[in-house]
Write a protein that binds this ligand. Sequence first.
Ligand code: BES
Ligand code: MN
Ligand code: ZN
Length: 515
Amino acid sequence: MKLTLFTDDLREVPADLLAVGVFSDEPDRGLAFSHLNAALDGVLEQACRDERFRGEAGQSVLFNAAGGLAARRVLVYGFGERRLYDPESARRFAGTVSRTCRTAGAASAALVLTIRDVPAPAERIVDLVQALAEGSELGSYAFLPYRTKDAEPTRLKDLRVCFAAEDVQGVKGAMLRDALARGQVVASAVAGARDLVNEPPNTLTPTAFAEAAKKMAKTAGLGLRILGPRDLERQRMGLMLGVAKGSEEEPRLIHLIHEPESVGKKAPLLTLVGKGLTFDSGGLSLKDTENMLPMKSDMGGAAAVFGAMKALADLKVPCRVHGIIGAVENMPDGRAIRPSDVLRSRKGLTVEVVNTDAEGRLVLADLISYALDLKPTELIDVATLTGACMVALGRSMAGAFVDDDEMARDLEAAWLRSGERFWRMPIDGEMREELKSDVADLKNLGERFGGAISAALFLREFAGPDLARFAHLDIAGPVMANRDQGYVSKGGTGFGVRTLVEYARRRSTLSSTRE
Ligand code: BES
Ligand code: MN
Ligand code: ZN
């Protein structure tokens, strides 16, 4: 998509669709709307009234301009209350515009960015513009490789972002163009993660995942190591190998390396670890039909790490980041691990497998131990780990388990800026008792209650006690969406990419200002 900035008269914009956002608590609906309404002899306002459009968040009206403007149609979009307007509002607005263009067959659009009267430090305007680019790219996302019948619908190819020149007081055009470009790079990484989640499990096997990583690493300029079963044995990764045993598909450990030349080899290292169960049948502790169906998305954490690494490379973010993905399939078979089997982890701790469906923590435990050998300053794992987290927080929010308060603050700053929703969860030490086994050092499952917390405690056994900056992000809820909305489309969401990228970017600017 071609994204351009301009400040011309809205009435003269030649586009299939012209979109304008309005606030619910602004009776005159703002300057841009008033201009358009005047040019259309008041019919726009009339149409809004007819549709009972009040400007509530996400509400919209599509209007045929019928010659009154250079644009063919006008989309009036509601932001809700002015005080709630933020970059995420712009992201959703742009997403809705893109989506409407798809369904309305519009290939070119223009939208008015609302900045006027909003307290507008330069940083905020830059964030708004980046969000807008992300929203417009993601709103036109579709997963089409397996559609043989319907031709691809019209896609938005050309989007102009308009605002009045006085809005951008002090912000250089170049900064805004950078923000647009950055938003597009991030969106394309999110789309890449969505593609991986949406890809069926018969084609996205662990080996195919590794192939995809190879291709991506080559184009993006990332370093790459791929470990197969022999290597994993040499690494003594008994937990990850145990999970893989019931499958015909070989496991792969995918290690992506972002070490730009401008950054010294001794710079702080951020490691990202992703759960990549390309399919989770539950193993011998087999899931029922209903719970098994969504399990192609059980590699959503790995997809987020994959996408984040791609974006960091494309943006040339000056920081050291390694991404470690465990791609495995969990299947029931004659060779599969049994409930009550005892496995030996890479770290040396033994684990009694009381439920083969609690496989994610097994894989992650060995990946974390592998990552710790790289001597990282911090480690973040991303995983569709527990149904319990989804029960606790719903579909739109992920759980963030972080011991270290400073790291929690840094992460929160990143997720707030990215627009992805997280909630900080407790890591209740008292529940540690539940993980004691009668025969081994640990068992892989606690009680049903607080299941997301005991899973986090299990992981902490492998990350701690030396690494203070450890965070576990449980994205089981938001990994898939059950309907189209704003810039989110039904299916894989690519959740996590934006927060990880923002986190790494912030770490890099922080460290450079400290030096
Ligand atoms: N991959 C699932 C968790 C999950 C559930 C992700 C729903 C996304 C949506 C995980 O491997 C799992 O099976 N967890 C079980 C644990 C059970 C054995 C106690 C669960 O949460 O039901
Ligand atoms: Mn499972
Ligand atoms: Zn799983």
